[in-house]
Every structure is written in structure tokens, then in C-alpha cells.
Write a protein that binds this ligand. Structure first.
Ligand code: MRU
Length: 333
């Protein structure tokens, strides 16, 4: 099945990336022929979303035939999504670089479809699903993580409440765009409206993605995710995280050790060249936050669902053989 949107096009000698900075108004591809160009595209947010960054970095290494410099420049592009470092590690061990990058891409698409199928079982009929940031085909090799679960629940007459996701507006620009293309009813809200809607009983379930999951199940995701998790707990609303195994970082014991990217001040003081804040005002712009495992109802992966994540349950999922999942053994309770 062809992806609705194609953020990453691999041609063997070059990589074409859909310029997500220009969406939804313009569909323009940026061509990369070297790892340095790929790293720049990741840094500049031409491509974003944890799994998409991982796939892109793998193709970047392949473009430079696995040079030492390619690994170094790509590792410095963005710090939080562990999928990038996971993909570089796989490429470091690979013999056929192009085949490995293609495999990483294909496996991510398969993982998303598997998560979609598993996750859809958790979504009630006619559910009003809140989501944050963009976790769709644009953020992955296709289908999406949290948005993949939503896509796979399409036949249940669901609707989506998409948080705009200040300051970079991935929700408003990208998630609303993907959902409208897919014909899934979507209502856009500003992030600060989430609690109000929950308090009015207008949200049945929250599903988000992840950029890095620590060994104890703490989840780093787009800034604002933690707020939604606290609100969901307050209102008794299930809060799910959908992420492939490539997003787990078992070397990191808990969320406090996850590196959080700080981005430029002008993303907060204005947008696309405009400025609304007084010049010189002090700004903070952390791009991600950490949601403690205790606020998470379940983590949906391609290998099963980890309910009420703890260190032991995460370890059990990671040590389980993929064949176990195929034979129907699903997440522990
Ligand atoms: O800064 P971004 O746009 O790369 O952040 C993306 C997110 O935080 C997503 O929620 C996360 O990568 C999961 S995407 C499948």
C-alpha cells in the first residue's frame, strides 16, 4: 500500500526529503547527496519525528559509504530522539550499507502497521482521541506511531482532537493535514485548551508518540506531553504511548537522564520571520519533556503492549523474542 504522504524518497544515489517546514501550504522536496546535507536537513527540521530521523540518518550514512565523518556529523544533528543513534549503531555494524538503510526503513513501516493493529484494540468505538505533535506518516517510514493507531482505528467512527503543539506547530500544520487527507474527523485546539475539553468529558483517550523511552518506562516526547499526561490522570482518561522498539534506550535508567534539546528563542518569540514578543526578552525553548512512567496507562510497541510500565515490564518486553509476539504472546499486565 502506498503511503498517503512520502516524507522520505530514496533513490540509491540521493535522498529526497519532503520539506516539512513548508507544509501544509507547499509540497517541495529537498535533495541530499551527502551525509552532511542529510544532517543539515535533520537539524533544520526539513525532516522530523523520531523514526523518520533514524531512517534518514541511515540513508545519510549510506550516501557517504559509511565514512567516519558521516557518523560524526549525523550524531550531532539532534540530541533527543534515540532512533537516530540506534540507526547509526546498526549502520556501523552493517556490511551492505544501502541494504541496511533500506531494511531500517522497511522495518519501521512494518512496526508501525503492527502497532496500529495492536493499538486499535485499545480504542473504543466512536472514541474522541486526543493527540499531540505529529506522529504520522510524516514522522516515520509510513503509517505512523500514535497516528498509526488512530489510522488503524478509522473504521470505529473515531474523531481526533489535535493539539496545535506550540511552538513549532507540528499538530496544527502536519497532524491536521494528515488527518484531513485521510478523511478522519479532526478538531484542532491550542495546547492550553486540552484541560478544559477533558474536564467537559470531551476526550475518551489520549495517544501520543515518543522520542526516547528510558529503562523504567519514562517517556520523552514533544513538549506539552507531560502536561497532557497529568491532565489525563486528573480526569481518569487512559494515556497511551505508541513507539517502536527503536525508541527504547535501556542504557538510560530514567527520564531525568534523557538529553532534552533546547531550540532557538525565535521559535517562541514569533513565527516564520514575525515577532510578537519584546526584543531581548529572556526565553526558554525545551523541545521535549519527560512523562513519568506512573502516568502512562500503556506503551504500545510492535512486540506487544506494556501496561502500567515499570522497569521490570520494560525489560521483559525488550528481552522477549520477536517470534513470541508473532505467536500471539502480547504485552504483560
Ligand atoms: O521535534 P519533532 O517534530 O522531531 O518531535 C517529534 C515528536 O516529538 C514526536 O511525537 C515523536 O518523534 C514521535 S513521532 C512518531
Amino acid at each position: 500500500m502506498k503511503a498517503t504522504v512520502e516524507p522520505i524518497r530514496w533513490h540509491g544515489d540521493r535522498l529526497e526529503l519532503l520539506d516539512q517546514r513548508l507544509l501544509p501550504d507547499q509540497t517541495v522536496y529537498v535533495t541530499c547527496r551527502t551525509a552532511a546535507e542529510v544532517a543539515q536537513a535533520i537539524r533544520d527540521m526539513v525532516v522530523r519525528g523520531a523514526p523518520a530521523i533514524g531512517c534518514t540518518a541511515a540513508f545519510g550514512v549510506a550516501l557517504d559509504k559509511g565514512s567516519k565523518e558521516s557518523f560524526a556529523v549525523l550524531a550531532k544533528s539532534r540530541p533527543t530522539a534515540v532512533n537516530l543513534f540506534w540507526a547509526l549503531e546498526r549502520m556501523r555494524k552493517a556490511k551492505d550499507l544501502k541494504a541496511e538503510a533500506e531494511a531500517i526503513f522497511a522495518e519501521d513501516l512494518a512496526a508501525n502497521r503492527a502497532m496500529g493493529k495492536l493499538g486499535a484494540e485499545l480504542i473504543p468505538k466512536k472514541a474522541r482521541v486526543m493527540t499531540h505533535c505529529n506522529t504520522g506518516a510524516l514522522a516515520t517510514a509510513g503509517h505512523g506511531t500514535a497516528l498509526g493507531v488512530i489510522r488503524s482505528s478509522k473504521n470505529k467512527s473515531i474523531s481526533v482532537v489535535a493539539c496545535e503543539t506550540r511552538p513549532y506547530l507540528q499538530g496544527a500544520r502536519l497532524t491536521a493535514y494528515e488527518l484531513m487527507q485521510e478523511g478522519i474527523p479532526c478538531t484542532l485546539i491550542t495546547d492550553s485548551m486540552a484541560g478544559h475539553l477533558m474536564s467537559r468529558g470531551e476526550v475518551d483517550v489520549v495517544v501520543v508518540g515518543a522520542d526516547r523511552i528510558a529503562a523504567n518506562g519514562d517517556v520523552a516526547n514533544k513538549i506539552g506531553t507531560y502536561t497532557l499526561a497529568v491532565l489525563a490522570k486528573r480526569h481518569g482518561i487512559p494515556f497511551y504511548v505508541a513507539a517502536p522498539l527503536s525508541t527504547f534506550d535501556p542504557k538510560i535508567p530514567n527520564g531525568s537522564r534523557i538529553p532534552i534539546e533546547e531550540r532557538a528563542a525565535d521559535e517562541v518569540t514569533g513565527y516564520r520571520g514575525s515577532r510578537w514578543a519584546p526584543e531581548g526578552v529572556k526565553v526558554r525553548n525545551p523541545a521535549f519533556d519527560v512523562t513519568p512512567a506512573e502516568l502512562i496507562t500503556g506503551i504500545i510497541t510492535e512486540r506487544g503492549i506494556v501496561r502500567k510500565p515499570t522497569r521490570a515490564r520494560v525489560a521483559s518486553l525488550l528481552s522477549r523474542s520477536p517470534a513470541g509476539a508473532a505467536s500471539g504472546r502480547r504485552g504483560r499486565r
